[in-house]
Design a protein around this ligand. Structure first.
Ligand code: ADP
Ligand code: ASP
Ligand code: MG
Length: 427
């Protein structure tokens, strides 16, 4: 059996869903499990519904109406006036209506997962019904029946053992009758049966979980790019496609923030040697990029940009050195606020680190300021270059002040001020 994963971009409209169905119907493996994300920008739109729910000046039902209308329009275009399907989809959205009728839950993260997860439930139902129309032996699986996590809402941790058992038994039962199983990426359930999510862009990881648990022959992740490229094509003009990549290199790239695959995706595949193909859903016959145990030779410089970085500089209030006990306190606070360090360095009088600039850093700053002198600098960019050459470093940093730099063999990382005048760069 094999696993396909289709992200939001591939199912963003009726033409997209038809194209995805086309790709699915061309597969030759007798058993296929399809993981699908919410359509287009639905997750962001549902996040807006959630924010409006917490903001008394806003009407969350109005923002929800937009999301519902988009899906009903999609059904119109794919199926014509199919009242049964429309009702099925509206019934799925009713879960959100009920939540919005109540006071906002004290835990924002809990409420987030209950609301935002509906995006994947409805997209997978629409794709499933469309495939059914083409008379495939296709089934729909509620992924919350098989993927079990803890209750760290918005970033839930997997219970691999139970998940593996459930995936094996449930899919065996389903594959006995059907050839294709359609399920949701990104979402899961806790042991209390509440919906959880695996982190933004987590559908790639879901596909990897299924591939691992089912010993898939291969996983194919279908994207709007021809494969893994040497840099983000939204930022750079002259990028090259990488024909093949080792698991190790793919782990490094995604760890440093390459947005093409979710960072948790590769490790489970590597553990079982399952090949990962990253292919274009636009040109589905293309070879894509193969990620495997391959040994690449002559890897070109690979560039990863992380926007919205924030640099923390921490010093003790009594001007003593930042010693181990201070570091222990600092790390505890960082873990408490679930902030992720991108780069860090300890110098004689300060501890410096960079993190994503988001809501969580305000709480962290407040907490750290109780014990330390803290300076922060916002709106920065983190550039990582794997297999760097001096020429590429020179091109990327020309005229820009480097605030923080670290070189290890094969990798250089630099924190620089954001340069709003540069949009697309030539390498
Ligand atoms: P999905 O539809 O699966 O959610 P994403 O939009 O999250 O897909 O990921 C695909 C996008 O990742 C591409 O459109 C591209 O702009 C971006 N990207 C960033 N870095 C790279 C890279 N090194 N190679 C290919 N694509 C990249
Ligand atoms: N729909 C979710 C998101 O937009 C998960 C995913 O697309 O992988 O983050
Ligand atoms: Mg995505």
């Amino acid at each position: 059996m094999e696993v396909y994963k289709f992200g939001g971009a591939s199912v963003k409209d009726a033409a997209g869903i038809k194209n995805v169905s086309d790709i699915i119907s061309k597969q030759v493996n007798p058993k296929l499990l399809v993981v699908v994300s919410a359509t287009g920008k639905t997750t962001n739109a549902l996040q807006l519904v959630l924010n409006d729910h917490y903001d008394e000046t806003k009407d969350p039902f109005k923002s929800l109406m937009n999301v519902k209308e988009n899906h009903l329009e999609l059904i119109n275009q794919l199926f014509g006036p199919d009242e049964d399907l429309k009702n099925e989809i509206l019934d799925t959205f009713v879960e959100i209506d009920w939540i919005l009728e109540e006071e906002a839950h004290p835990s924002f993260d809990f409420e987030y997962d209950q609301i935002v997860s509906v995006g994947e439930l409805v997209s997978s139902k629409i794709l499933y019904r469309f495939l059914q129309k083409l008379e495939s032996k296709v089934a729909w699986l509620d992924v919350r029946d098989v993927i079990l996590t803890d209750n760290t809402y918005r970033e839930a941790n997997l219970d691999w053992k139970v998940t593996e058992e459930r995936i094996k038994s449930k899919t065996e039962e389903m594959f006995a009758q059907f050839d294709i199983i359609v399920t949701q990426g990104f979402i899961a359930a806790s042991s209390e049966n509440f919906t959880t999510t695996l982190g933004r862009e987590g559908s790639d990881f879901t596909a990897s979980i299924f591939s691992f648990c089912l010993d898939a022959e291969r996983l194919t992740i279908w994207k709007d790019v021809p494969g893994v490229l040497t840099a983000d094509p939204r930022l750079f003009n002259d990028v090259d496609k990488l024909e093949k990549l080792s698991y190790r290199e793919a782990i490094e790239m995604t760890y440093y923030g390459a947005k093409v695959i979710h960072p948790k995706t590769i490790k489970p595949l590597q553990n079982k040697g399952i090949p990962l193909y990253v292919k274009s859903f636009v040109e589905s016959e293309g070879k894509g990029t193969l990620i495997s145990y391959a040994n690449e030779i002559n890897i070109p410089p690979i560039i990863v940009f992380e926007h919205n970085q924030c640099l923390f500089k921490i010093a003790t209030k009594d001007f003593s050195f930042v010693a181990e006990d201070h570091l222990s306190t600092i790390f505890q606070r960082i873990a408490k606020h679930r902030v992720k360090i991108k780069m860090m360095k300890n110098t004689a009088v300060s501890f410096i680190f960079s993190v994503d600039q988001n809501k969580r850093i305000d709480g962290l700053l407040k907490d750290l300021e109780e014990e330390f002198n803290v300076q922060i600098e916002k709106d920065l960019e983190l550039m990582t270059i794997r297999h760097f050459t001096e020429e590429v470093i020179e091109k990327l940093t020309k005229g820009r002040k480097i605030l923080f730099e670290e070189r290890i063999p094969q990798t250089i990382q630099m924190i620089v001020h954001r340069d709003p005048s540069i949009n697309i760069k030539n390498l």
